[in-house]
Design a protein around this ligand. Structure first.
Ligand code: UDP
Length: 239
């Protein structure tokens, strides 16, 4: 297939909540399937795809530690939650006939491949979708940082942050402020100084220090991910 996108290799980051639909918890199979179709439309363009999925629909380390659990233990539970989400997404992508690998930052060879950078690059070259699971493998980090780290390691040209209910970065919360303004472009430093909720601060800084653009867009529009890769649609670029 001829690649009609201006990107050759991209990272798609979605939160765990993106998979739960209106259930309030866990994975909602029709929602997972819908996102898988969005990814399929981009894969058909010949774009090489990396994915990182959060775990907040199942477990968040900060919540666990707020309830008295040791922070590191709670964070490991959060990382394991991302593995469950990755397997759910893999199943949905494979049901569409796509080739995928789940690559885990925490070794669990029976379930997922261990992370070996050169091997992951090879999968991408063979057009396999790589789902990077278990975050960075370290407590005190987030999957935003994991997405930024892996995007750098895989030489992705940008990170696409697929959001629910919002189509970019706004100066205030568009859900509660009718006059909220969407940025077309914004700098990393402005996102940090204005405390805009795009990614956590360490992930933003890691993207900034490596000149990795972030593209914040909505996952709600059918075909929206592909539309943006073709250079249309509404989104915010952080660069
Ligand atoms: N986590 C971690 N290290 C990482 C990535 C994730 O400890 O490198 C843990 C952390 O506890 C976090 C949880 O996994 O709360 C789920 O990830 P995240 O909150 O980023 O998920 P999202 O908000 O994107 O659904």
């Amino acid at each position: 297939t001829r690649n009609t996108s201006k990107y050759k290799r991209v990272m798609l980051k979605i939160s765990g909540e993106a998979l739960m639909g209106d259930q309030g918890f866990g994975l909602h199979p029709p929602t997972v399937e819908r996102i898988a179709r969005e990814v399929q439309k981009v894969q058909e363009m010949g774009v090489e795809i990396c994915m990182v999925i959060g775990g907040g629909n199942i477990f968040r380390g900060l919540q666990g530690s707020a309830q008295g659990m040791e922070r590191t233990t709670a964070d490991y539970m959060g990382m394991l939650a991302t593995v469950m989400n990755a397997l759910g997404m893999q199943a949905a992508l494979e049901a569409l006939g796509l080739h995928t690998r789940v690559i885990s930052a925490i070794t669990m060879n029976e379930v997922a491949e261990p992370y070996i950078r050169r091997r992951a690059v090879r999968h991408l070259e063979k057009k396999r979708i790589c789902i990077f699971a278990a975050g960075t493998g370290n407590p005190y980090f987030t999957t935003d940082t994991a997405a930024t780290l892996r995007a750098n390691e895989m030489a992705c040209e940008a990170i696409f942050m697929g959001k629910n209910g919002v189509d970019g970065v706004y100066d205030k919360d568009p859900k509660t402020n009718a006059d909220a303004k969407r940025y077309e472009n914004i700098s990393y430093d402005e996102v940090l100084s204005k405390h805009l909720k795009v990614m956590d601060a360490s992930a933003i800084a890691l993207a900034r220090d490596n000149d990795l653009p972030l593209i914040v867009f909505s996952l709600d529009e059918p075909g929206g991910f592909r539309t943006i890769l073709e250079g249309h649609g509404t989104y915010t670029t952080v660069s």
